[in-house]
Design a protein around this ligand. Structure first.
Ligand code: ATP
Ligand code: MG
Length: 148
């Protein structure tokens, strides 16, 4: 069954905004002519919640978190961008391993399972996940589902 991606994302974000820190704003935008997609809603919701929760948790009080969903002729794309603590370069290769936590998390709590699960869910949905991150600057995660 088809659903409207932009509305779906916005509903999730509305709930997550309640979990955000005091002046963190979660901003979402959608680009592309099309809105209708067929993806597993439960898996996708879980992925978005995990990525945005990380963005909230690993960035400061006064920063915005940006979610961009887009649909092109070739793929459905969702990116989550923060201006947080970032992931040290030398640790990035371990990011999707179960129980991995970077050195710079300090006393921020976590189990290191969220991204491992996200990467498996994305695979189940025939998609791919990638990221770019710089320590003390921020991180962007991108999940992509090819359209045939
Ligand atoms: P949880 O299982 O509760 O999600 P977690 O957040 O520690 O715990 P993951 O979501 O799997 O686990 O993330 C793994 C590690 O990757 C984190 O511990 C952190 O070091 C790093 N990380 C993930 N997302 C971000 C982010 N947006 N900014 C900075 N570091 C991040
Ligand atoms: Mg997490």
């Amino acid at each position: 069954t088809y659903f409207e991606l932009d509305l779906f994302v916005n509903e999730i974000i509305e709930e997550l905004q309640l979990l955000a820190k005091k002046s963190q704003k979660i901003i979402s935008r959608h680009t592309g002519k099309f809105r209708l997609v067929t993806l597993d809603q439960n898996l996708l919701r879980n992925c978005i919640i995990n990525l945005v929760s990380n963005a909230i948790k690993y960035s400061g009080e006064e920063t915005n978190i940006e979610i961009h969903s887009s649909i092109t002729a070739k793929s459905i794309n969702i990116t989550v961008k923060d201006n947080g603590i970032g992931i040290p370069k030398e640790e990035q290769e371990h990011l999707f391993e179960a129980f991995f936590r970077a050195q710079n998390t300090g006393n921020i709590p976590g189990t290191g399972l969220g991204l491992h699960i996200v990467s498996r869910y994305v695979k189940l949905m025939a998609g791919s996940i990638s990221f770019k991150s710089k320590q003390n600057e921020g991180t962007i995660f991108s999940i992509k589902f090819p359209l045939s």
